[in-house]
Design a binder for this molecule. Structure first.
Ligand SMILES: Cc1cc2nc3c(=O)[nH]c(=O)nc-3n(C[C@H](O)[C@H](O)[C@H](O)COP(=O)(O)OP(=O)(O)OC[C@H]3O[C@@H](n4cnc5c(N)ncnc54)[C@H](O)[C@@H]3O)c2cc1C
Length: 391
């Protein structure tokens, strides 16, 4: 087969993880090509809750290192992408029937503030009773306490596009739509086939980065010889976009059905309500909101905002890649896992799991893993100083 071009790194997947690896790798001076079969951020990276956050609820599960790393990353996003990531006030109401007590929430927020120390957005406060009526129609029946703290919101699709734009301005190539078909590994090289415009193209790379999100195992099956897989479950999360507006900020609620955290967020001129955790089997392409998920979310919304009559204008679902386990998805680790074909000099790295918030840190971990395989290159830029903007 004629090999038309050689790259240091070929990345499969134009979600936020692929875009972040492309930017970090191009900044280090590597030659990079990214293959995306549909459109940038076409999958999970446009179907998230759109939060750049430490993840207050992960404290409950003892994931302190992840929360600390995420809060550091939040600070960097606010500095590097001020037009795309902004702080919003978040309200946590505590009712007589809320399972987490005021004391527990206060302790969680104190720890969150401690882990965010020095970021300028670490503080939280109690909202006085006289202000409860101004909270967008939040029911005050049985309300005991309201806390307010800060986290950040973004537009996940635009953030992915901005990262890829930055990567391209550093020389990375984007092929989109272009589907990765197959790779043959030799001791020093990856020989890659991809399909674009009805044609099969060939190229080679020193390293292949599998950033295919929920398709990570599908891509793995197209690698010859196939590296070991990492056992995962796909867990669907649905969001609803409702007519109407929130004027005060974001609400962090406890679902009355199962005590999970539910967010009610301002989203452009509307309201974003999410999310669910439903085990998913099958082709990721087939993920779509279920009627039971819609009912679950609307029941929660009605419970807290009984005066609002929500009209659903849009719904979407995305798939989380979580470590396989018998435990409830809500309690499973959100840490990334990098699976390589070799521990010394890997030619294939697959990214399992992760979060929008920590994608830049994940990209650094990927680079650290593959640098022993790659030739020396002269760095082009320091990404900790590169501002992110839309094209
Ligand atoms: C419901 C939900 C809510 C979330 N909320 C948050 C949040 O608020 N904050 C946060 O930090 N994180 C959140 N996350 C996590 C975050 O959204 C994901 O970690 C992140 O978007 C995953 O990005 P990715 O690039 O790995 O995958 P994806 O965005 O899914 O990208 C993978 C890409 O690979 C492409 N692809 C697949 N196969 C091929 C192939 N053969 N050839 C070429 N391209 C291919 C696909 O088309 C796709 O575009 C949430 C996740 C979910 C599911």
């Amino acid at each position: 087969m004629p090999v038309t071009h050689h790259y240091d790194i070929v990345i499969v997947g134009g979600g936020i993880q692929g875009a972040a690896v492309a930017q970090a790798a191009a900044a280090r001076g590597y030659t990079v090509m990214l293959l995306e079969k549909t459109a940038l951020a076409a999958a999970t990276s446009s179907r998230s809750s759109k939060l750049i956050h430490g993840g207050l609820r992960y404290l409950e599960n003892g994931h302190f290192a992840l929360v600390y790393e995420s809060l550091r990353e939040r600070t960097d996003w606010l500095r590097l992408a001020p037009s795309l990531v902004r702080l919003s006030p978040f309200y946590i109401p505590i009712y007589r029937q809320t399972s987490r007590s005021t004391l527990v929430i206060r302790a969680g927020l104190s720890l969150y503030a401690l882990l965010a120390a020095g970021s300028g957005s670490a503080h939280f406060r109690s909202v006085s009773q006289s202000q409860w009526q101004q909270l967008d129609g939040l029911t005050t029946k049985g309300l005991k306490h309201v806390f307010q703290y800060w986290d950040a919101q973004t537009d996940d699709r635009l953030l992915t596009q901005a990262l890829m734009h930055s990567a391209q301005s550093l020389g990375a190539e984007l092929q989109c739509p272009a589907e990765f078909i197959h790779v043959t590994l030799s001791s020093s090289m990856c020989e890659i086939e991809y399909q674009q415009g009805g044609r099969i193209n060939h190229c080679s790379a020193t390293v292949l980065v599998n950033a295919a999100g929920p398709w990570v195992d599908q891509v793995l099956h197209r690698i010859d010889p196939q590296p070991p897989a990492y056992p995962i479950d796909l867990v669907q999360g649905t969001h609803l976009v409702l007519e109407g507006r929130l004027n005060k900020g974001c609400y962090y609620l406890e679902s009355p059905a199962d005590q999970r955290a539910i967010f009610v967020l301002p989203w452009y001129q509307h309201i974003l309500l999410g999310t669910t955790e439903t085990l998913f089997n099958g082709d990721p392409e087939a993920s779509s909101p279920l009627a039971t998920e819609e009912t679950y979310l609307l029941d929660c919304f009605h419970h807290y905002f009984p005066e609002k009559n929500p009209v659903v204008r849009e719904k979407f679902s995305g798939l989380r890649v979580l470590p396989a386990s018998h435990g409830a998805p809500f309690h499973r680790s959100r840490e990334i896992h990098l699976q390589c074909d070799s521990s010394q000099k890997p030619h294939v790295v697959s990214i399992y799991g992760g979060k929008l918030t920590v994608c830049r840190a994940t990209a650094q971990k990927v680079l650290h893993t593959i640098m022993p395989t790659l030739p020396d290159r002269i760095p082009k830029a320091d990404i900790s100083k590169l501002m992110l903007e839309l094209p």
